[in-house]
Write a protein that binds this ligand. Structure first.
Ligand SMILES: NC(=O)c1ccc[n+]([C@@H]2O[C@H](COP(=O)([O-])OP(=O)(O)OC[C@H]3O[C@@H](n4cnc5c(N)ncnc54)[C@H](O)[C@@H]3O)[C@@H](O)[C@H]2O)c1
Length: 428
């Protein structure tokens, strides 16, 4: 099939490469000239495992090309996927300006029968608005559908190739059949429903996962005050099949480009509809206050931060990505600097992004041991594999102080204390 992906950011590049791999001819369209030129050279403007190989394979096979030119990429497209960003506006609602701009641009160029699929995360009813914008500019017959994206950064290629489910939001049988056909080579359950349900499913999934993180952090707080250990509680909880042992992450709260904004957008949607009794707002507020509360707790534990050297391990928002959007590092570093600390940081992949973000306000190390050398406090923020079995004896020897803050419960407190650290984890 002839496919065009509009918005070759994180989701768009992965989607384009995966459809090309299965033999489709794919244009990746972006208004950003620099990103487009990088992509056409077979490089990826961000880090995602296995993506560069996949893009190169398809560029070489001439099934995949990137452009900034709508006139080149739209007129022949049978299916157009819109994958542009949908950030939260200041009032929390999804800001759909990029989506509307795409609708304006493609309207005069689409051919008869084109299917326009919204993959971006958007509130239910967005398809109707997009249809209205396009209809103002063309008499050509077209269809819209919604296929929300569920891939996870860090495992995006395998998630996109073998999704757990593909949700196809359309009530038109012919459109559903064509989209089912396109997704046939991908694994996973294919579910067809109306576009509003598809879009609500996406918000519901992210809000539920965010709620689990907020929930377990609340239980962890209680564990700290009662002598319970959250890691033991999770084992007990998980033994109940209704609850499950997966996806329990006591820690500094959720970050990344999706959960924070999607919870805010769902909360704004609920209150806009007069249905907000505050659950989503509460999940958001718990997360927003999580790191400020941890900073206070760690300040006390460390005997203040003024004049202290802090080594931060992990700057991205989770392992296997260099994405800093809403990462814990972005919420810890400013208050720690304000409290008088100096910071040396290390991340296996996000150093370039961190330098752009934090500039000269912090120092950068070449590895974990370099980061902790001379430090008073070790602040472990992200569970990258290479931080899971640090040589504690060596770490203790090169550090000036002995505070070990483990925000991911990677280490056994007893073992760390045997190396004469003062250890603090989460909920234990
Ligand atoms: N990142 C994720 O893990 C993830 C997962 C699932 C769903 N989503 C959703 O997918 C959508 C995209 O997210 P992302 O992380 O890929 O965003 P992104 O910011 O990485 O990429 C968006 C891209 O769209 C381009 N763009 C903006 N306006 C354009 C226009 N008019 N024409 C062409 N290109 C344009 C931008 O230059 C940018 O490269 C969002 O709605 C997000 O919520 C993201």
């Amino acid at each position: 099939m002839q496919i065009t992906i509009v918005g070759t950011g994180f989701v768009g590049v992965v989607t384009a490469a995966v459809f090309a791999k299965f033999g489709n001819t794919v244009w990746g369209l972006n208004t950003d000239k620099e990103k487009t030129s990088i992509l056409n050279q077979g490089k990826i403007p961000f880090y995602e495992p296995n993506l560069e190989e996949l893009v190169n394979e398809n560029l070489k096979a001439k099934r995949l090309k990137f452009t900034t030119n709508y006139k080149q990429a739209i007129p022949n497209a049978e299916i157009i996927f819109i994958c542009v960003g949908t950030p939260s506006a200041p009032n929390g609602q999804a800001d759909l300006k990029y989506l509307y701009a795409v609708a304006e641009s493609i309207a005069p160029l689409i051919k008869n029968g084109t299917i326009i699929v919204i993959k971006s995360t958007v509130p239910p009813s967005t398809n109707t608005k997009i249809e209205q914008i396009i209809k103002k500019k063309t008499k050509t017959k077209f269809f819209t559908a919604a296929i929300p994206e569920f891939l996870k950064e860090g495992s995006a290629v395998s998630d996109a190739m073998s999704p757990e489910r593909v949700i196809i939001g359309t009530l038109n049988k012919a459109v559903a059949d064509k989209l089912l056909d396109l997704h046939k080579p991908l694994g996973g359950k294919k579910i067809t429903m109306n576009p509003e349900s598809a879009q609500m499913t996406k918000y519901a999934a992210n809000a539920y996962l965010a709620a689990r993180i907020g929930f377990i952090n609340e239980i962890a707080n209680l564990c700290e005050k009662t002598g319970a250990d959250i890691e033991e509680v999770i084992v007990g909880l998980g033994a109940d099949k209704r609850i499950g042992s997966h996806y329990w992450y006591p820690g500094p709260g959720y970050g990344g480009s999706c959960y924070p904004k999607d919870v805010k957008e769902l909360s704004a949607l609920a209150s806009g509809l007069g249905e907000g009794d505050g659950l989503f707002e509460k999940i958001d507020r718990l997360n927003e206050t999580r790191i400020p509360r941890l900073v206070e707790k760690y300040k006390k534990f460390s005997g203040g931060f003024k004049g202290k050297k802090i080594a931060i391990l992990g700057l991205s928002f989770k392992p296997n990505t260099d994405d800093l959007r809403e990462a814990p590092s972005t919420k810890f570093i400013p208050p720690l600097l304000k409290l008088g600390a100096t910071i040396t940081a290390y991340d296996p992949r996000a150093m370039k992004a961190a330098k752009q973000r934090f500039g000269t306000s912090i120092s950068y190390a070449k590895d974990a041991y370099d980061a902790v050398t001379g430090a008073d406090v070790l602040l472990l923020l992200i569970e990258w594999d290479e931080f899971k079995q640090l040589n504690l004896k060596r770490v203790r020897q090169v550090m000036r102080g002995n505070v070990f803050i483990d925000t991911r419960n990677l280490y056994d407190p007893g073992k760390v204390k045997r190396h004469e650290f003062r250890y603090i984890g989460i909920g234990r």
